[in-house]
Design a protein around this ligand. Sequence first.
Ligand code: AMP
Ligand code: MG
Length: 342
Amino acid sequence: MKDNQINLQDMKSAADMIRKGGLVAFPTETVYGLGGDATSPDASRKIYEAKGRPSDNPLIVHIADFSQLVQIVDKVPPEAELLAKKFWPGPLTMILNKNEMIPYETTGGLDTVAIRMPSHPVALAFLRESRCMIAAPSANTSGRPSPTSASHVWEDLQGRIDGIIDGGDVEIGIESTIVDLTDEIPTVLRPGFITMEMLEEVLGQVRLDPGIASENTKVPPKAPGMRYRHYAPKAELTLVEGEVIRVVDKINDLAEDAYQRGMKVGIIATEETKEEYALGEVVSIGSREDESEVAHHLYGVLRAFDELGVDVIYSESFPSAGVGQAVMNRLLKAAGHKRIIV
Ligand code: AMP
Ligand code: MG
């Protein structure tokens, strides 16, 4: 169903469900979220249970109006106002110090809270109709790629939640940028569609969480969710990095080798390279020239390989400028940091 076809009655009953403490999945511009009343400890506990998510991994609180932010934090720093003006509604999550309105069940025991105002019209309508702030992590089973369509949500969570609002395919396809405003220097805990450069333009200085800047670091990522292996397809994924021609050669060698060992091989290729592979299930993730298109297709492609039942996946790498940084961050996590540099 397209977002403009969602009927008012369905929206009202979904909103009712939230008010009664139930769980409803809904579309946002980033990925589908699994929503529950953010002020209800019970609803948050149910979210963790439905996803099989570790309960120390906090949820993002979704709001429809800036005045709701004021209600749940101890104070609103000027940086938050500037960022909200520029990027809300939109794919940016801010971390601020919480007050007692938001229970520890929602924040995984932390004194800080993650907040976002989504721009998807269905998400905003749903938030307004429910008159609640809605805690929502991605609506996938913990560890699986995030859902970018209602059917992905259905695959993972059918029978475990009270409803799904089907708004069609999402627009962006990777999760929001998370910026922590509780440190002296604003810190990006998770790269996303809103890039470091865009944040710097508004705030001046911004840094990347040292815990995700490099996989060799001994510092754990600050966002609990970034510590787990995540976004994972069922098959073992390896990233191959380097000049494109050499990457294609290497993947062809690896695919041949795996094939000889009786394995079913998947290859994440691009529009520019997809004809260059000799064997395996080759799936194009989009054009190398367009990082947004690659981001948009990423999780759908990982899920497609699950359906194809491949044993190993080899993926090309992508330039890490702009939203490419978020794409590479997700791919490296999906690969458990397995990479070959040629
Ligand atoms: P998800 O919505 O499934 O993408 O998960 C939300 C992400 O936000 C996870 O990586 C969490 O660890 C992160 N997060 C939520 N609240 C906080 C917080 N208070 N401090 C740091 N990270 C947070
Ligand atoms: Mg998630």
